[in-house]
Design a protein around this ligand. Sequence first.
Ligand SMILES: *[C@@H]1O[C@H](CO)[C@@H](O)[C@H](O)[C@H]1NC(C)=O
Ligand SMILES: *[C@@H]1O[C@H](CO)[C@@H](O)[C@H](O)[C@H]1NC(C)=O
Ligand SMILES: *[C@@H]1O[C@H](CO)[C@@H](O)[C@H](O)[C@H]1NC(C)=O
Length: 488
Amino acid sequence: MVKSLLVSISAALIAAAVSAASATHWEFVDNTIPRTVEFQPGCERELRGIYEDLSIYAAPESCQLHASALPAEHMYSQLIVLERQKLESDSEADVREWRETVEDAVTGFAVSSMENDSGIDTPFKIFRGRRKFCRFTIIDLPENQPLYRVLIGSNCAAEDTPNLIDMLPANTEILPVRTAGAVTPLNALPADHPIVVKSKTLKHRQSLQSIVDQVDVKTLEKDVTWLSGEAPGSPFTTRSSTSKQSVEVAEWLKSQFLSYGCDTVELMTYRSMFGPNVICTFKGTERPSEHVIIGAHHDDRGSFLNPRAPGADDDGSGSSMLLQVARIIKNNNLSFGRTFIIAAFSGEEQGLFGSAALAKKLKSEDTTITMMIQGDMLAYRKPGEPIQTAFPARYHTPELSSLLRNVTELYVPETVVGVTGACCSDHQSFWEAGFPATAFFERNGPIADPKYHNSGDLVYREGYDFEQLRASTKAMMASVFEVADVKF
Ligand SMILES: *[C@@H]1O[C@H](CO)[C@@H](O)[C@H](O)[C@H]1NC(C)=O
Ligand SMILES: *[C@@H]1O[C@H](CO)[C@@H](O)[C@H](O)[C@H]1NC(C)=O
Ligand SMILES: *[C@@H]1O[C@H](CO)[C@@H](O)[C@H](O)[C@H]1NC(C)=O
């Protein structure tokens, strides 16, 4: 699961849209993310795009920043200020250089934000804090300077963390970074949409139940420990998108999907530095032009500067769920009325890049997507809590979540179904593109896994629970089999 982001800028910044004619286009090509941003004349200096997955944006109060100038991916691209993962290829010198670069970058940001550009020693302040899973950084200039403040937060929702707001300067406004006009979600489905039709006709079927009940803890464990590097003989120490092992993980997934009889398995490379997406397709027998997609992400993230990133929950759990779905298709010789796609994405942790590439491609080809669902963090159960299945509170298609909630209650009676504010994962790429999409998550309420984005995200630890993962997998499998129109 990628972190959600809030940027705080003062209220004046998001005043009425600025006419594009007077705007300046700035093209940024940092190491990973090409982007163009529009600024009003005179405000160009206030933007700084900085190294790797770090970028900082700010503008003084006098500048009106075009609200839609921030591309949707922007909200994710600046998440990691001081958390870049040490890559396997990094030497100690690389790490030291990166740290210094970050410090220079932050200093440079502060210096450049003043009237005086000649490299003066800047008494800027950085505050860092943490509240539950909300981590944040505030860069603040002294009071006699023009107002430039940036809050780079992760997993902070204004409504979830009211106390965070109390800690901010009085004239700071918190905005969800997803800006109007940047996305075109589809929130109301037409009456003849298959999701709406299914909602009216959904009925428990014993034949489907007996397939779903085949979800097997032993094979889930075998797959997820291989991915996390805990199984004897597993070569993996990290699945970070930019690591060499990310490519090897994708190749391993491809070989597994091929062994489960997918009609095609594609390695979809969309960015040279990243491992590819892995896309298995079962062609529909009746309505091949209609597509149902189940996704998870195979990349992961460890602790800052720690080269080990096992990602057993995030998102080894979802990846093993995908393999389980393919395995059960093979074991039962299942086929589908609609075309059924199993997608293991990379680049999720850096900003949903792999899924965005696929959603964009499908959109450009005018593909019909009946639904897309994502499973991200499916296996952690806080000691003492029941097995749970949560649907997202935001960035989803409500009618779809409502249907799948009912599917889950019908086929997985052992789980307690609810809602989570935890955010963000690959279904959003599809939701943003106007496709019906939602996600499955392990807990009703916020993230509870203490090893989230930590090198200790292992299988063999307290709270990692295969009965939780089994229930999550059953719920997702029943959902896609219902909507893809499975044939027994
Ligand atoms: C910038 O600050 C330096 C150091 O205080 C000062 O010497 C210089 O004159 C200033 N330049 C301008 C253009 O204000
Ligand atoms: C879900 O089930 C409830 C209770 O049976 C029903 O009222 C509702 O219409 C169902 N929703 C969908 C989308 O199937
Ligand atoms: C699998 O199903 C297809 C039709 O869906 C059928 O032609 C084939 O014989 C079946 N194979 C096995 C091994 O049951």
